[in-house]
Structures are given as C-alpha cells and as structure tokens.
Design a protein around this ligand. Structure first.
Ligand code: F6P
Length: 498
C-alpha cells in the first residue's frame, strides 16, 4: 500500500486533484474545466473561475429547479387540460439518463406518492412505445435532457413524444389542431435540461422552461446538476439537497484526508494494482440491495467512458493498460448466475460488495428478519472469496476423491466491502462521489484525460452515413464496405412491412 501511495505522490495526485477542484482546464482535449464538484458546494460558498462565481450560478439554477419541482409536486403545474401532472418521462441517453434512472430506482421509497417517473433512452422505438403505452397525455410531462441537444436518440425520441402528446391531446379534445394549440401543449408538457438553450428554443420548448448547466459538467458526472431535475421533482428539494450533501461530504474527505487514509485514493490505487500489477481486467460491483439494480450500468459509463483511453494527455500512447471493465448485478441474484466464475474460474475478479445495515422494507419470514438472510449471504460470499476451501477441508467432509478438485475453492480473491447505515439520499450521494473520485485517481495514475469521450464519435458519424444506405439510397449503399453492404441487403430481404 505504501508503494502505491508513493506512486500517487509521484503522479502528483494532490496537485491534479486541487487543479480539478479549482476549475483549471484539466480536460485538455476539449479545453474545459472539470467542475462537477462545484455542483454540490453549499449555498454561500464561493468559487471564482475565470471571473465567474460558479457556485452562485449553480444555486441560481437549483432555485429555478426547486421552484419547478414544488409547482409539479403541489399540483400547481398543470397540463393543457388543467389536470395535474402524474407521470414524468425523462428523455435522454448516457449521462442524461443513467444517473437519474439509477438514482430514481435507488431512492424509490422516497418518491412522492402519486408521482411516477419513467426513462426513455434507446432509439429503438420500442422504448418510447412501451413507456408511453399506458400513459395519459393530459397528466404526462416530458423532461428532455441533453447536454448538447444534438444527440440523435434524444431528439428523435423527443419528437416522437411530442407527436404522441399532440395526437393524444387532440383525440381527447384537450387542444385543437392549430399551431397555437400545439405550441401551448408543448409549453405545458415539455421542459428541457441542456447547456445549449438556443437549441432548446429551436425545438419549441420555451427557454423559461429550460434548466441550464455548463460545459464544465461532463455528462457522466452530471446527475447532481440540472440533469437531476426529475429527481428534484420526485424526491423534493429537501431530499435533493441531502443527496448533494452526500457528494460534498466525500469531496471534503477526498480533498483533506492524507493519501494513505483517503478512501477514493486507496480504492483507486487498488484498482490500478489489480489492473496493472496483477493484470486483472474486470471489476465486479455487487450491491446487496435490490434498489441499486441500475448501479452497475451507471458505473459502467462513469468509469469506462472516463478511463477507456489509449493515449496520454499529450497524445503519446500509454505504456500500461488502462480502464477496468466494470460489471455487476445485485446480490443474491448474481450468486445464482456468474459467481461460479468468480469463485472457481481461472481469472480473478476483484469485487466491491455494497450493503446497508437497515433495510428499506424490513420484512420477516416467521421469526427470521429477511434482511439478515441477505446480509448473511453477502458475508458468506466475501468470506468464501477470501478464505476459500482447501483440499484437506473438502476431503474431511468425506467427498469422493474424484470430486475433490471440483469442490476446492482457491480463496485469496480480493473484495472490498462498503457497509453503510441505510440507502438514503445522502448515502447515495456519497457512493456516487466515491466512484467519481476513484475514477479520477485512476486517470491521474494512467496520465490520461478522463473527461473526454472521443471513442464514441466514430459510431455516431458512421450511423449518419449508413442511414441513407439502409433507407434506399443506392449510391450510399454502394459506398459501404462489403460486409456492411451484405448486412444491409440481408436486412432488406428479412424486413416485413405493414
Ligand atoms: O455519446 C456519448 C455521450 O456524449 C455521453 O458522454 C453523454 O452522456 C451522452 O452521449 C448524451 O449526450 P447529451 O447529454 O449531449 O445528449
């Protein structure tokens, strides 16, 4: 551990951390500051970056979001026919979806009665079709979330949703078919979250109903910005503040604790140890909490979009592997699926176990507290992974000789336990900030830019080029490579219409 801490010092982790918190432009390839930590600084705090007090700006937007949240929660924000809003649908993808969706699921027990939230992200039209199928347009409000407001999936889904709204309201007689009627419906049933408020207006959403954020908030670091608007409505301003307070507590710890006692630093360094020194490629995250069932998906974007990089800040190739592959499922479901490989496979998978002392739903099976059954399972797994079961122990149980090798557990497989008092908004904020900073620490050790994501661009560009080829433009089809051409022809031969 002390050698790893020395490595962090050699890479000037404290200096890099302080540069991030101060708003220096550490995202060099996009020439941007990285200031998600400013999003949770308390009201009245000050952080002046390039002449602007960013904390004051953050709280101005928070006030706007909270006022909107109170209107919806109190039934004062009504739809085109005067009925109160019952369902909020978040339309966004990547960071504009995964954070809010994960947190909504995690904190469902805190959601205001009578309000439901849904999340549409995929350009597969099934997503929007299924999520709106049983909704009443008169009581539905869409929140279109896109940092850039150019993302194909989000804008396509937003247009589909707008059409669904108009059709529904017109059929119900709530609005006429005039332009004015339609625009009025959008004003009451659509709000937006973006850094590009001009593009929001071009879509037809009144800028007065738009919540802004800044280019110094990366998409995967944005759940505590206006991107979390749906959460502020569902949970209410007080709990949203508590959520932000959790992030802030970890920020303070990260900035002030010595490296050798600093949890995100130590966990980040352990990840580097596993990846680079033990050559382990993946890292499981196993929440023993059903409500955290989207946590691994959220973490995948946070960690892998950040640290899946092959060149260093100066563009030279890295000389050590980067980026752990994160994955996971809640316990105990995972135990009955992939734990076999974790216990006895040929590759070691370091795993983070996350558990809570107090359950959200304290149910009993007869005299048994079922939460304690869950915790016993969690502790059984970390124990089995650490200590295993030797040949001698297996033999001593009277196991037939031929089966002995099959029943041996090598043990010495590393786990980290995070045991928190309860899954509250504050604790969840702490958990997210912890992994944000773990990701940062690893990026500093690897010398990469953890805040850009150029690796997603090629696919976006090619999808635009392939669209005409698939929709019937013969020249565009002929311009494709042989493999893509064959697949498109096969698609055309299989596609049923009508
Ligand atoms: O394509 C990747 C990405 O840019 C993510 O980084 C981002 O979270 C997501 O797309 C959505 O982007 P936006 O919020 O601009 O729609």
């Amino acid at each position: 551990m002390s050698a790893l801490v020395d490595l962090a010092s050699q890479m000037d982790l404290p200096g890099r951390r302080d540069a991030m918190f101060a708003g220096e432009r550490i995202n060099v390839t996009e020439n941007r500051s990285v200031l998600h930590t400013a999003l949770r600084r308390p009201r009245g705090d000050r952080l002046v970056v390039e002449g602007v007090d960013v904390v004051a700006e953050v709280h101005q937007v928070l006030d706007q979001i909270y006022a909107f949240a109170q209107q919806v929660r109190g039934g004062k924000w009504v739809g085109a026919s005067g009925r109160r809003i019952r369902t909020l649908v978040n339309i966004g993808i990547g960071g504009s979806d995964l954070g809010p969706a994960m947190v909504y699921e995690a904190l469902k027990s805190y959601v205001k009665d009578g309000l439901e939230c849904r999340f549409v992200s995929n350009i597969d039209p099934t997503d929007l079709a299924v999520k709106t199928a049983d909704l009443d347009p008169e009581t539905t409000l869409f929140i279109v979330v896109s940092k850039t407001f150019t993302t194909l999936e989000t804008l396509t889904n937003a247009r589909l949703a707008r059409q669904w709204l108009w059709d529904g309201l017109e059929t119900a007689g709530a609005i006429g078919t005039s332009e004015a009627g339609r625009a009025g419906a959008v004003a009451k049933h659509f709000v937006a979250v973006s850094t590009a408020l001009d593009k929001v207006a071009a879509f037809g959403i009144d800028p007065a109903n738009a919540f802004g954020f800044w280019d110094w908030v990366g998409g995967r670091y944005s759940v505590d910005s206006a991107v979390g608007t749906i959460l502020a409505v569902a949970l209410g301003p007080e709990l949203f503040d508590e959520f932000l307070g959790g992030f802030y507590a970890i920020d303070k710890h990260f900035c002030t604790e010595p490296l050798s006692r600093n949890v995100p630093v130590l966990m980040g360094l352990l990840g580097v140890w596993y990846r680079n020194f033990l050559n382990l490629t993946s890292h499981a995250v196993l929440p023993y909490a059903q409500y955290l069932h989207r946590f691994a998906a959220y973490l995948q974007q946070l960690t892998m979009e950040s640290n899946g990089k092959r060149v260093r800040l100066d563009g030279t190739p890295v000389t050590a592997d980067t980026g752990e592959i994160f994955w996971g499922e809640p316990g105990t479901n995972g135990q009955h699926a992939f734990f076999q490989l974790i216990h006895q496979g040929t590759q070691i998978v370091p795993a983070d176990f996350i558990a809570f002392a107090t359950p959200v739903h304290p149910l009993k099976d007869g005299d048994t507290d079922v939460h304690e059954l869950l915790l016993a399972n969690y502790l059984a797994q970390t124990k089995a992974l650490a200590f295993g079961k030797s040949e001698a122990e297996v033999r001593a149980e009277g196991t037939p000789e031929a089966l002995v090798p099959h029943r041996v557990f090598p043990g010495n497989r590393p786990t980290t336990s995070i045991l928190a008092p309860a899954l509250t908004p504050g604790v969840l904020g702490q958990l997210i900030a912890l992994y944000e900073h773990i990701t940062f620490v690893q990026g500093v050790i690897w010398g990469i830019d953890s805040f850009d994501q150029w690796g997603v661009e090629l696919g976006k560009q090619l999808a635009l080029e392939i669209t005409p080829a698939i929709t019937g433009d013969a020249a565009a089809l002929a311009a494709q490579d042989a493999s893509t051409q064959s697949l498109i022809r096969l698609y055309h031969s299989l596609r049923r219409t009508g």
